[in-house]
Ligand binder design. Structure first.
Ligand SMILES: *Cc1c(COP(=O)(O)O)cnc(C)c1O
Length: 410
């Protein structure tokens, strides 16, 4: 873990987020549910208000000024996403409604590319949105789903991955960072080995993008997906990066307006990339605000964010472990600022309820990752996930609240 202290003033950063000024149950809000959704800075809120106040119009269709302004702003946003992820071409960026939508575009698109007996590998650390679409794909095609197992630390067992990879492997899917445990998966190695057997790789970056700036060309990944709402952007918008040759090969996901070239009742020809995958009116305002959110995060700097959050992670881990009977799940050396924990003989839901009374927002439950909970034989965990706008004082408040919950419940 890096020791260096971030080059930004956290109190100043907090001023950018109006919600951090509110109280909950009479206490100052402590927001530790960043792995579920991040908070929204004023610049992003302003972009949303500005869109609806001054140039709300449908895109790519009208010749009128408002429509052209909206189209330009939307396409600038696509370019910002392209630059952020370092895609070769802006048409390799599909703007979607989020990670789940992006994954479903690929899972559906592969239906005609797989045959019975082909194999798909997923990791044991997946979010449900990265399990269910592949199970559905297997049902449609007769392909077989294989799983890279995890160990006690919450890491993937890579020696088993080596054994699972064969010439029958057509697709490999894993998240970059586990939302339930915070483990950073060795995606470089996963991608390289999959390519050796000719398999395509999709990386779910929903949980990594708030902490790491990925370079899709350097990773040589085939598909990369993320959601804006975990990156200081609005809900209902996200991205799908695909290598041009893959996106050309895959069929459209939905039929409708925007995605066509010529339509007659005999035959329709499809529009080129990226429009082939963008049927219907998209979340125009959301796309524009996504671009602004990326600008905002880049202005703080991802190296600064990583250094600061690592410091919070180290501090939070140490302080929480001082609570007697507290166990942390996910203890890999390679992890981000997510702490999943339980206290002996206390249900996570009860802890979540009591700390909420003290103004602290944590997530309790299975975090859309039931297989991980089954591995540890627990119903769920309490998950505190830190962002660059959180502070050590807030962690102290959490630890005090957890101590109080423990006293009340045991
Ligand atoms: C949040 C999350 C998703 C789902 O994202 P949506 O925005 O709900 O579509 C998928 N995978 C991981 C790892 C996540 O953290």
């Amino acid at each position: 873990m890096q020791k260096e202290i971030a080059m930004f003033d956290v109190q100043k950063v907090r001023e950018d987020f109006p919600i951090l000024k509110r109280t909950v149950n009479g206490k100052p809000l402590v927001y530790f549910d960043n792995a579920a959704t991040s908070q929204t800075p004023q610049v992003v809120i302003d972009a949303i208000v500005d869109y609806y106040s001054s140039y709300n119009a449908n895109i790519h269709r009208g010749v009128h000024t408002l429509s052209q302004e909206a189209t330009d702003a939307y396409e600038i946003a696509r370019k910002k996403v392209q630059q952020h992820f370092n895609a070769k071409h802006s048409y390799e960026i599909i703007l979607t409604s989020g990670t789940t939508h992006s994954i479903n575009i690929i899972a559906t698109g592969f239906t005609n590319l797989l045959t019975k007996g082909d194999e798909i590998i997923v990791s044991a650390l997946e979010h449900h949105s990265n399990i269910v679409p592949w199970q559905m794909l297997c049902e449609r095609t007769g392909a077989i789903l294989k799983v890279i197992p995890m160990n006690e630390e919450g890491e993937l067992v890579m020696s088993v991955y080596d054994e699972l990879l064969t010439e029958r492997t057509k697709l490999v899917f894993t998240n970059h960072i586990s939302n339930a445990l915070g483990t950073i998966n060795p995606i470089e190695e996963i991608i390289e080995k999959a390519h050796k057997v000719g398999a395509a790789v999709l990386i779910d970056g929903a949980q990594s993008c708030p902490h790491i700036k990925p370079d899709v060309q350097e990773l040589d990944v085939d598909f990369y997906v993320a959601s804006a709402h975990k990156l200081c952007g609005p809900t209902g918008v996200g991205m799908l990066y695909g290598k041009e040759e893959w996106l050309e090969k895959l069929p459209p996901y939905q039929g409708g307006g925007e995605m066509i070239d010529q339509v007659t009742f005999e035959k329709t020809t499809y529009a080129g990339l990226p429009h082939k995958f963008e049927a219907g009116t998209p979340n125009i305002c959301g796309g524009i605000a996504f671009g602004v959110a990326l600008d905002y995060m880049n202005s703080i700097g991802f190296d600064n964010i990583a250094a600061y959050e690592n410091d919070l992670l180290e501090y939070g881990t140490q302080k929480l472990l001082e609570v007697e009977g507290l166990k942390i799940y996910g203890t890999s050396k390679n992890k981000t600022s997510v702490i999943s924990f339980n206290i002996e003989n206390i249900h996570p839901y009860d802890i979540g309820t009591i700390v909420d009374k003290l103004g602290i927002a944590v997530r309790t439950g299975h975090h859309c990752a039931q297989p991980i909970m089954d591995f540890y034989k627990i119903p769920g965990t309490v998950r505190a996930s830190f962002s660059f706008y959180n502070t050590k004082e807030e962690i102290d408040a959490l630890v005090a609240a957890v101590q109080k919950a423990k006293t009340m419940l045991s």
